[in-house]
Design a protein around this ligand. Structure first.
Ligand code: FFO
Ligand code: ATP
Length: 180
């Protein structure tokens, strides 16, 4: 499968890039710059797993409510639960920490994790289709800004796509901000 090959290539690139803390710091500086334009808005971030780029340093600078994605069922959009520093957490699906909070939030800005991306704004994740379904549902309700966050080494010339793929509005890496 083409997507599967692309995932493997990008995963190796991400593992190598992850070893450089300076790249992570620069990416977070760019992300914080971007988030400053969204002050006051509800922001969804993610708890990094494996070698995902950690967005938390930039998220700490955000002026506005925060939430984290929760998998309810495969084949369904993610839901977002309110998070604040010190919030009680529990291990959710795929070993990812999720807030215990029952308070759900509709984010206006979403920091999206990824394995690979291209300059058209297409991305590849772990293959659950969670962010595609989630962005489709949220965009049907109102405006939402999807910010892909990854190391520049995770860029591919052309990510394999399907009709259900939702495009990112912005991509932030350690090199800067890309607007597809
Ligand atoms: N940090 C983070 N949080 C996230 C995501 C993510 O990609 N990263 N998600 C993005 O959707 C959602 C969770 N979805 C996920 C789906 C699959 C796998 C995963 O590790 N899959 C394994 C194989 C799955 C299995 O065990 O059968 C793999 O690809 O190795 C992780 C998260 C919501 N939260
Ligand atoms: N809105 C949708 N409705 C129905 N099926 C969908 C939708 N979005 C994605 N899918 C299906 O989900 C499956 C996985 O999608 P894809 O490979 O794009 O996941 P991914 O973007 O890598 O994963 P994730 O978003 O969880 O990080 C695909 O077979 C796709 O057809």
């Amino acid at each position: 499968m083409k997507k599967q090959e692309a995932r493997l290539t990008a995963l190796k690139a991400r593992e190598a890039a992850h070893a450089d803390p300076a790249a992570s710091a620069r990416a977070n500086d760019w992300l914080a710059t971007m988030l400053a334009h969204h002050a006051g808005q509800r922001l969804a971030f993610y708890m990094p797993i494996r070698t995902e780029l950690d967005p938390r340093p930039a998220v700490e600078t955000h002026d506005g409510p925060l939430c984290l994605p929760v998998v309810r069922h495969s084949g369904e959009p993610l839901v977002f639960r309110h998070w604040q520093p010190g919030a009680a957490m529990v291990q959710g699906e795929f070993g990812i920490q999720v807030p215990v909070s029952a308070l759900e939030m509709r984010p206006e800005v979403i920091i999206v994790p990824m394995l690979a991306f291209d300059r058209r704004g297409y991305r590849l994740g772990y293959g659950g289709g969670f962010y595609d379904r989630t962005l489709e549902a949220l965009r049907a309700q109102g405006p939402v800004t999807a910010i892909g966050f990854a190391f520049s080494a995770q860029e591919l010339p052309h990510v394999p796509t399907e009709p259900t793929d939702q495009k990112l509005d912005l991509i932030v890496t350690e090199i800067g901000i890309l607007q597809p």
